[in-house]
Design a protein around this ligand. Sequence first.
Ligand code: KE4
Length: 426
Amino acid sequence: MENRLSHRLFEEAQKVIPGGVNSPVRSFRGVGGEPPFIVRGRGSRVWDADNNEYVDYLASWGPLIMGHAHPSVVLAVQEAAKRGMSFGAPTPGEVELARLVCEAFPSVEMVRMVSSGTEACMSAIRVARAFTGRSKVLKFVGCYHGHSDGLLVKAGSGAATLSVPDSAGVPAGYAAETLVADYNDLDGVRAQFEAHSDEIAAIIVEPIAANMGVVLPQDGFLQGLRDITKQYGSLLILDEVITGFRVGYGGAQALYGITPDMTTMGKIIGGGMPIGAYGGRADVMEQVAPLGPAYQAGTLSGNPVAVAAGIAMLKSLQIPGIYENLEEIGAELETILREAAQENERPLTINRVGSLLGMFFNPGPIHSWEDVTKSDVEAYKSYFHSMMDQGIYVAPSAFEAAFVSTVHSPEDLELTRVAARKAMAR
Ligand code: KE4
């Protein structure tokens, strides 16, 4: 691949942006090499500064479930922008987006818009602490809930990719308020609650863990968390920043039949624009200022242009058959990867729910971070670079996910099949 212009841009970027990127996992430090600078996307494809074309399975880390520059989303943004970019005042669109979210997620009786998944998770934790009067939270090793101080403990995603699961700069006192357990380990959760019973405000969990590759909840795990939090008077927060509107219109909580006290969202609900959201039981959300004592604010929260994109995205996802289509495409990608591995006698584990797929060079099964760490990261790096060289853009990290969209075509999948067979050859 020609990368002259991207290389020059990366050189320039590193002079003025830490690591040359505005989010660490984009830096390719997890896989080696330099990132292409992307200049445009359309449908399932993106193009870089050197005009290399890629079939894109990154989907901006999840938001673009309908592909790049989806016409209805772009039109909504254009129309909204013409009416003004931001007012710092309530707007009709915010009410419509909030209503769409509450209708899709019955457990969400009220919802507050913010500008990122990090803000959503940080705010939800604060509200849970306000509601319960307790200070500790429990998270799971390898799960990632954004970069707020207390949640950068044994974190996944870029923190795991760059081996900083416990970030520098987080005071020990903050980290001490965060308890951890292993994903799918209910005994470990019970032990933490027995040791800290009336101190734990909430459990925050990815209902499908997608920041250590993709790790599925084992039968009974999520219900077990629901039972334990009820038993101890703690709240259950489902972090659906990735899974919300991804694995179904009602998210993972609908798929697994779990009713949390709070839910955090992001990515898809912004249609590619910066939106996060947190919501849940009315009695819990009544803690949020100006109604209650838990303060949270944001200049661009509920920004009308971003909200217009989110509304267009969610309305597009209401089209009958969308999720069945995503399941078919996701299943086809899984088959392609399994066949490529079998042909090359490579140990491969794939964990997939609909259009959300994780792959590990590892015989499996993979149910926790500990299992994930037994995967062959070097094999993933070489797979990654071969796929990129063949024009297939997958996550530049062994600890992330692949996302298919409604617009990945049979041609895209055929190109992927050819590339994967070569990328998995030793
Ligand atoms: P943001 O602040 O990045 O919008 O959302 C944080 C977040 C919260 N919860 C979950 C389950 C998430 O996956 C994320 C962010 N996801 C990562 C990729 N897995 C963002 C990519 C990046 O950091 O650049």
